[in-house]
Design a protein around this ligand. Structure first.
Ligand SMILES: Nc1ncnc2c1ncn2[C@@H]1O[C@H](COP(=O)(O)OP(=O)(O)O)[C@@H](O)[C@H]1O
Ligand SMILES: [Mg+2]
Length: 369
């Protein structure tokens, strides 16, 4: 471990209480309940993402944790301490916004050291900590530049260094990468994740980008209409979505509403999807089944699979994969994603009009109610 690691790592003595606890947190604007009775615990050192569509209440939640917005009711705790009535600057929390407003007239070094100077910390300590923070975000050689001389990604890293230099217990990040182009965003995702691992500070990361949340987070909370619909590891949420919203928002799913009876969900007269035992449904219940496009096979089916005949109606080549649309009933078209395996040649792909048998393992049928 370098000195940078230890200097910027938060004191592990506070590791027992959750870094952030929200209890019945609620915000009403006018007649609209924007954040609705939220309960959430974020563990110390976690990379936690709040994922949801625009307008679902993510920013409002962050602002209440930071102290910029007063909750209508409920409690915010940071490190086990109730901070609901504590002013923002007294909370052990820092925020990186999407519009990472830097001081254009100050060089990078002064931008990063700004908060420490305001606290009246001595010059030598400031210089040392600014140096460490710039090292951390790989901008040590740009300390004398003005923000205008930097690229978007570099400016974002200055904002990050500025937020980390106070060594907050929790760093709140509100869609910090949304303004960057796709390639740079991917690179910054990896970098942010590695910085978080290095400093060990709890990150609460807000995004509407499901790929970003899946690839970066220890855990994700899916937010919709002011409530958390589901919370868990990326893998758990992807494999076991519990609501129609979660199944549709994370990745893509073939969603099929139907009626339960006798061990199967009848989607339409032509399509009956058998369920594994233990679903706890009673006859006549209206439910949905979902199946991920990449869980469906078009060839080499085994007898254990749920098998459905169909007709390929469209085929789209995506390089590493090919996406097929397969009609399996008059009103049911399934999306199937097949890898273009090394042993396959171009002629091996299915063409529109092909009659096929598709199949998936029964355990990959996700039941949504
Ligand atoms: N200061 C405010 N006054 C009134 N309504 C607001 C205010 N801030 C946010 N809202 C509303 O609250 C809802 C959630 O907003 P926000 O938390 O910014 O969502 P997100 O960050 O998920 O896009 C939106 O409908 C927005 O219009
Ligand atoms: Mg927002």
């Amino acid at each position: 471990m370098t000195t940078t690691d230890t200097q910027l790592t938060h004191d592990p003595a506070t590791a027992e209480s959750p870094a952030v606890s929200l209890r019945a947190l609620t915000k009403v604007f006018g007649k609209e309940t924007v954040v609705d009775d939220l309960d959430l615990d974020i563990a110390s050192g976690e990379f936690f993402s709040l994922l949801g569509p625009s307008g679902c209440g993510k920013t409002t939640t962050l602002r209440m944790i930071a102290g910029f917005t007063d909750p209508t009711s409920g409690t915010v705790m940071v490190g086990g301490e109730d901070v609901t009535s504590t002013p923002p600057q007294k909370r052990d929390v820092n925020t990186v916004f999407q519009s990472y407003a830097l001081f254009e007239h100050l060089d990078v070094r002064r931008n990063v050291g700004f908060g420490l100077r305001r606290k009246g910390i001595d010059r030598r300590t400031i210089d040392q900590r600014v140096g460490e923070a710039l090292e951390l975000v790989q901008l040590a050689d740009r300390a004398d530049d003005r923000p205008a001389q930097l690229s978007g990604g570099q400016r974002q890293r200055v904002a990050l260094a500025r937020a980390l230099i106070n060594r907050p217990q929790v760093l709140l990040l509100d869609e910090p990468l949304a303004a960057l182009d796709l390639k740079l965003r991917r690179a910054m995702q990896l970098e942010l994740k590695s910085i978080q691992r290095e400093v060990g500070i709890t990150f609460l990361f807000v995004t509407h980008d499901q790929d970003e949340a899946l690839s970066m987070s220890d855990r994700i909370a899916i937010m919709n209409g002011g409530v958390i619909e589901q919370c868990g590891t990326p893998e758990h949420i992807y494999e076991n979505p519990t609501s129609v919203f979660a199944a549709g928002f994370i990745g893509t799913s073939n969603l099929m509403p139907g009626t339960y009876g006798d061990g199967v969900v009848q989607v339409c007269p032509e399509l009956r999807v058998p369920l594994l035992a233990g679903h706890g449904l009673t006859g006549g219940e209206q439910v949905s089944v979902a199946i991920r496009p990449e869980k469906i096979w078009l060839s080499e089916l085994t007898p254990a699979m749920v098998q459905v005949p169909g007709t390929v109606v469209a085929s789209t080549y995506h390089g590493a994969t090919t996406q097929y649309l397969v009609d399996v009933a008059p009103d049911v078209t399934l999306t199937v994603l097949e890898q273009n395996l090394p042993r396959m040649s171009t002629g091996d792909r299915w063409t529109p009009g092909s009659r096929v048998q598709i199949g998936w393992l029964p355990e990959h049928t996700v039941l949504l109610r």
